[in-house]
Write a protein that binds this ligand. Structure first.
Ligand SMILES: CSC[C@H]1O[C@H](OP(=O)(O)O)[C@H](O)[C@@H]1O
Length: 383
């Protein structure tokens, strides 16, 4: 992995660089990631040329967010195929694909978009291999397999960008229906968010923040209260960075502050992303989401989840069996290089929690809005 960086100060006017992009042709190109571990102080990219480097980038959250992880993994399969022991031999490249899929699939366990994207690329390559096996002569070359994998990765990337825009439109329509015409003198809509479900969590625009961006574009007066979201501070570091660069008023609040603010009439809507949604509408999302949903219901704020159909896992009846990533305790023990937990004291660091469907007022997808949130309405829109 190699990187290049410039300080934020010289980029203050730059439109936000892409979360990820492929540079070059399928056989020699690279995946370029915006390194999110260095934001907001430094806008830096890292060049990814191996599966090993991509697995590290996913695990360390240089690239993060369910859709962005999925799109990156799609390109990761291409990187793995190119590293085959014999890049000119069909069976060698096919075996390398299988290895890459298996290694990427376990890089982070909760976001189902990861395995969804890997499955799309694998199935396209497998269909070619089956065709070759049935053909009487060698009609497909190893380089063809690599190209087909790359074309599917590009398709996943383009689908993701379209998905974000569609979620934004459906979500803004839902807000207009709920809160009235967006044009002044409509009262300011104060939206509470958790973690980052913005452009940085997808290939562009985001999911929860895509709704914010589209609502803002329609002229609604709005402001965001962004939970800082310990321990990795995706809200403070990333959501605040995204919104401020787009001129949308944002205030970072400490985790747990939303309850007190709501009790004093602050906030009128909560909108968050998702990493995996079960067939009954239970939602796995960043740790702290469940508590926010409880508090929102206590204070009468609508609680909305924004996620693409690729985030749904209909094999799971409910959220109880969603795998929850347990991350390194060091993320809680250390802050800014200083120890903040005494030696020998136990630490738990689950990265996600599950919010039950009954606490969720609506799930906004690229296909439309699931409301009320229950198995039947999920099935009707997603199956
Ligand atoms: C649009 S999915 C964003 C989703 O992913 C985040 O988790 P992480 O930062 O660990 O990748 C968080 O759960 C967001 O809601």
């Amino acid at each position: 992995m190699t990187g290049d960086s410039v300080s934020t100060s010289s980029l203050t006017t730059l439109i936000m660089p892409p979360t990820l992009r492929w540079e070059g042709d399928p056989w020699t190109g690279s995946l370029i990631l915006l390194d999110q571990t260095r934001l907001p102080g430094e806008v830096a990219t890292c060049r990814i040329d191996t599966v090993t480097d991509l697995v590290e980038a996913i695990r360390s959250l240089r690239v993060r967010g369910a859709p962005a992880i999925g799109v990156s993994a799609g390109y990761g399969v291409v990187l793995g195929m190119r590293a085959a022991s014999d890049p000119n031999d069909l069976s060698s490249v096919h075996a390398a694909m299988t290895d890459a899929v298996e290694r990427l699939a376990v890089s982070r366990p909760t976001a189902v978009n990861l395995v969804w994207a890997l499955r799309r690329v694998r199935e396209r390559v497998e269909s070619l291999v089956v065709h070759q096996t049935r053909a009487q002569t060698q009609t497909i070359l190893a380089r063809d397999l690599i190209q087909q994998a790359w074309l599917e990765a590009v398709a996943i990337h383009q689908d993701d960008m379209a998905m974000c825009l569609a979620i934004g439109r459906h979500g803004a329509d839902w807000i207009d229906a709920r809160f009235g015409n967006p044009r002044p003198p409509c009262p300011r809509l104060e939206i509470i968010t958790h973690c980052n479900a913005g452009a940085l969590a997808t290939s562009d625009h985001g999911t929860a923040l895509a709704v914010v961006y589209e609502t803002h574009r329609r002229g609604r007066d709005l402001a965001v209260l962004a939970d800082e979201t310990r321990p990795l501070l995706q809200g403070a570091r990333l959501t605040a960075w995204e919104l401020s660069r787009r001129g949308i008023p944002v205030t970072v609040i400490g985790d747990g502050m939303a309850a007190a603010l709501m009790s004093r009439g602050r906030g009128r809507l909560v909108i968050v992303g998702a990493d995996r949604i079960a067939a009954n509408g239970d939602v796995a999302n960043k740790i702290g989401t469940y508590a926010l949903a409880i508090v929102a219901r206590r204070h009468g704020l609508p609680f909305v989840v924004a996620a693409p159909s690729s985030t749904f896992d209909l094999t799971l009846t409910d959220g109880s069996s969603i795998p929850i990533e347990q991350r390194d305790p060091a993320e809680l023990i250390w802050m800014g290089g200083k120890r903040i937990v005494p030696e020998g004291v136990a630490v738990e660091n689950p990265a996600f929690d599950v919010t039950p469907a009954e606490l969720i007022d609506a799930i906004v997808t690229e296909r439309g809005v699931i409301e009320p949130v229950k198995a039947a309405t999920v099935q009707a829109l997603i199956a």
